[in-house]
Each structure stands twice: as C-alpha cells, then as structure tokens.
Ligand binder design. Structure first.
Ligand SMILES: [Zn+2]
Length: 96
C-alpha cells in the first residue's frame, strides 16, 4: 500500500503519489518530482486551488510548514507548479 500524506493547504490525506512534493535543501525549496530526495518535505495537492491557497498563506505568513525553508524560494516553486497545473488543464477549460 502506498504511504499516505497530508496536503499542507487543505489537509486532505491521500496517497503520496497524488501530491506534489517539495523539499528543503539547505533551506531552499525544490520541487521533488520523483519523490526521491532524501530531505524533509511538504506535500500539496496537484490542483490550482491548493497551490494558490498555500501561496496566500505564505504571503500572510499564516502557515506552519514544519520544515525550515526560505519563503521566497518556496513561492518560486509554487508559482512553477501552478503553471504546470494550468498547462495540464488548458484545453479542458477553453473559453473560460
Ligand atoms: Zn490540498
């Protein structure tokens, strides 16, 4: 059985393969695409809502990440992931 993880934004628990994993390497956030990096990580759902939610929380410093990570580098990763999600969905929501 796949390990379960919890989304940092919505707190839903799912298989870890259903999340984006972000790790902190020397306090700098990195997207761990293959979920193999040996570092403490946080998980966020692969949807725009959760990513935006987390960005908002970070901007208001209203989030307990449980890992030490530079805020700005994490925001950069989240912006990147948001684009990833938007690209995947483009075509589906055309005209919207
Ligand atoms: Zn979520």
């Amino acid at each position: 059985m796949a390990p379960k993880r919890c989304c940092i934004a919505c707190r839903n628990i799912k298989n870890k393969t259903e999340f984006f994993r972000i790790v902190s390497v020397n306090n700098s956030a990195q997207y761990d695409m293959k979920q193999k990096v040996n570092a403490r990580g946080i998980y966020v759902c692969k949807n725009k809502d959760c990513i935006e939610n987390l960005i908002n929380k970070l901007n208001r410093k209203k989030v307990n990440l449980k890992i030490l990570v530079d805020n700005q580098s994490l925001l950069n990763v989240l912006e990147y992931l948001k684009c990833e999600v938007e690209e995947k969905n483009s075509g589906k929501n055309e005209g919207k």
